[in-house]
Design a protein around this ligand. Sequence first.
Ligand SMILES: [Zn+2]
Length: 330
Amino acid sequence: MTVSDLPKIELHMHLEGAAPPAFIRGLAKEKNTDLAGIFDENGAYKYKDFWDFLKVYEAATSVLKSPQDYYRLTRAVLEESAASNVIYTESFLAPDFCGGGDVAAWQDYLAAIKQAADEMEREAGIVMRAIPTCVRHFGPDQAKQTALCAAETVGDFVTGFGMGGDEAMGKQNDFKYAFDMAREAGLRLTSHAGEWGGPESVRDAIRDLKVERIGHGVRAIEDLALVDEIAEAGIVLEVCPGSNVALGVYPKWSDHPIAELRKRGVKVTVSTDDPPFFHSTMRYEFDRLAETFGWEEADFLELNKAALDAAFCDEATRGAVAKKLEPADA
Ligand SMILES: [Zn+2]
């Protein structure tokens, strides 16, 4: 057995961003939409740089238009995750793309997504929880509407609230109202920071939005006092090394700070972000980490445990998943 065969816990994946290219091609064909330009000769997503990536992402997701499309998307994505032996996954959902932020429409989309997740839990043993996410570059007012969608649907399946989108737009604190609303509804909080933004963006998210997890957060490494604070406070980083390397945040795997952050006592976890766009899977991430940093099975068990401890699920679910993480011969 290699480390890539281990069961895995994933905390940071965008449902639309995880759409398998073949699934999107099929949907485009059904809808007579020409998306040929976004695929390379092998049928994978094709883009030149980060800005082009955003355009291709938008084009690919433009064919997702109904709850039924999201039902099929969720099944396709969870099949891929289960093939990497992911046993628990948290997925970011964007109410802005699922009904335009309207609560009733969002409920229809969410019901379809949950139905697919329930089926895949029975069929493939993968557990999914949902984190509705506001889109930073849509602004704070839209984020309030997204938080309302999340707050209205909090429960066993919708357990967190987050923020993604363009880190260059506005400040974390502009979204305080939305995060306060989500927290008061009982949702647990995470926000993207320290990917394109520097360490100050990580500090802002912790101080202003009072999040317990940070999406990426890797650029905290540029401020070692902050790294100590994060370690001390037990803030968990949702690290996506393959995404960072593919988008050029770090030129190569050996430049990535995940091992240094971990050595300094930060609780790091590993996720794929938008896997097919970065030619990644959870198996690939585990393999590259083992190869680059010499991590062994015990290291990956520790990563999985950190991720499960930080998972936004109830204790019964956490306990059930924990049993499946234990080595078979234990
Ligand atoms: Zn992300």
